[in-house]
Design a protein around this ligand. Sequence first.
Ligand code: GLA
Length: 685
Amino acid sequence: MSQVSFDEPSRTFLLTTPASSYALRIGADDSPRHVHWGAPLTLGQAAALPTHDGVTSSFASTGGEELAVEGGARFGVPSLLVRYADGSRGIEWVHEAHEIDGGRLDLMLRDRHYPLGCTLHYAVHPDSDVVERSLTLHHLGTDDEGDEPVEILRCDAASWSVPAASGVRLSHTVGEWSGETKLRRTEAPCAETVFTSRRGVSGHFGNPWVMVDAGDADEGHGEVWSMVLAWSGSWRITAQRDHTGGPFTVTGGAGHDGLAWRLQPGEIHRTPVFAGQFSRDGFGAASRGWHRYVAGHVLALPDEPRPVVYNSWEATGWDVTPQGQRALAQRAAELGVELFVVDDGWFGQRTSDRAGLGDWHPNPERFPHGLGPLVEEVRGLGMRFGLWVEPEMTNPDSDLYREHPDWVLHMPHRRRTELRNQLVLNFARPEVTEWAFTWLDRLVSEHAIDFLKWDMNRALTEAGWPGHPDGERLWTDHTRGVYGVLDRLRRAHPGLRIEGCAGGGGRADLGMLARTDQIWISDNTDADDRIAIQHGYSQVYPARTMSAWATDSPNPHTRRSTPLRYRFHVAMAGALGIGGDLSRWTAPELAEARELVALYKEIRPVVQFGEQYRLDDAVQYRAGEKVVVIAWGRDRALRLADLHGVYVDDGTGEEHYAATLLTHGLPLRLPAGDRPSTVVRLTRR
Ligand code: GLA
């Protein structure tokens, strides 16, 4: 049973999840102290645990606080860093009150002298070991009384503590455009390690999460503490390993170093959620825990099967014509595709990346009769219809920019740096988000568009807002503006589905997943490369959200040739789509693709809704009595995970004892040849 309980004498709070406990305490100096995060404890046991209470030495170790601030003998990474108008800094906490409501705990604090209040929010759910944390800052003063704003130099959502002995190794991802989410495991230095994005999006270069373990965890064993930030803009997560034996701390939140803004009298600021999960059975269990959490508490429509998509980008680039799209649509429909998406190149003067962004009406030369005829045709073929959009951007060569040059991020006396020939619209400005919502709403309504691929193809630079008294707020408010438009659009169009994209996987995070149905995780569709990218993505995010296309061979990006079957099998590990130039696929290739799409539809419920196990060159999914294994690499007997009873191979009728599958393995019988791969379906007898 998930709940929050309180021990009055020791001022200890205990959060209980199905398989973990989290405890904190109001210390003697009224600051919130960390007590425990790990295996289940009773309230009595938690209350009896000591805390390192009061920091009284120049040589005190860092850490042990629920939210580190400046003030007193504190020398760790501050989660909350403020400066008052009189030049004073730091916080001296007074604990005011707390509220417990089911799985929620709010802890109200304020500064002893300055008008600054802070509520720490905790939430647990009955079906998850994830603890959600965030905070609200509240300027308790008023303009009338002449109170001054408080300058906010850093405001993380939460700080987490991992027992010192377990804080040895960090897992995280690194990446780049076309090579996102590559998993790295490295010993944590006794130092502050900063993971960050300064680009205004969560980014290709690292995904906003870290996992911590004692260096002994693997896929199936070992204690793992993982922390995931639900934010799609710039962010910073700082891990600190203390060599003197203090807890390993991880503090994280929105925004990067060097930004400052002012909290005005009366103002309330709420951070995004920085969620944490303790798992006992290795990285595999940690990932399954996150997948369940995303399905249960993040996605709007977790139970809806993601459709088989066809996307025209790799086939046509910007050469979008009604004839070309029609021809692709006919072939896609024959393959069993359910949703046809026209990518970039359908609007304004968008015949290359040099012009047109911002002019969101069909290109008059290419679509003289609008999109209507193509939409009807696609629907007539039995598919739904989707479109690519990039609402946060404009090309200087566009009517929008000619009309509103001040709508983009810019700074006085600074160049407007163009990346991919485009500038970023300031989504912190209400008139800009209003404009975006208006045209998106009209576009979706006009043709009852079923699906949008919402792209974002460049980082923020010269992120200024001339004339605004506190312009650096836009780093947060741009992201909030995007969230606002997405939320409004979904409310206005309950049938609309959205794919998040940012030059591939540049904005793949829990913030986007709360507002989109799936994520385009990389522009790299080479199956060899995808295996690593998908492996990294799966550490936190579930297969149903992972758009994956089978495309052409040789791959347009890497020039590598691979068999069609293998390309499909790798893409079938997520939400399968097709992105190749079908006009050039041969009749045997089309026939094979049709079979593979049909197979995918059979395994889809297990892949998209099942529990995922990462195996050696294979992925296993289990949903109820059904098991699907997608395997590649050399021929071998593959040891499966977490099965009981007797299983029948749906293809061959062969029977296997689970005990044998777990120990001796499933003989894969991979054919000889280049990159053999297989899909095995098992049903429990
Ligand atoms: C980005 C996306 C691609 C494609 C192009 C279109 O790079 O990631 O999938 O949509 O933009 O310009």
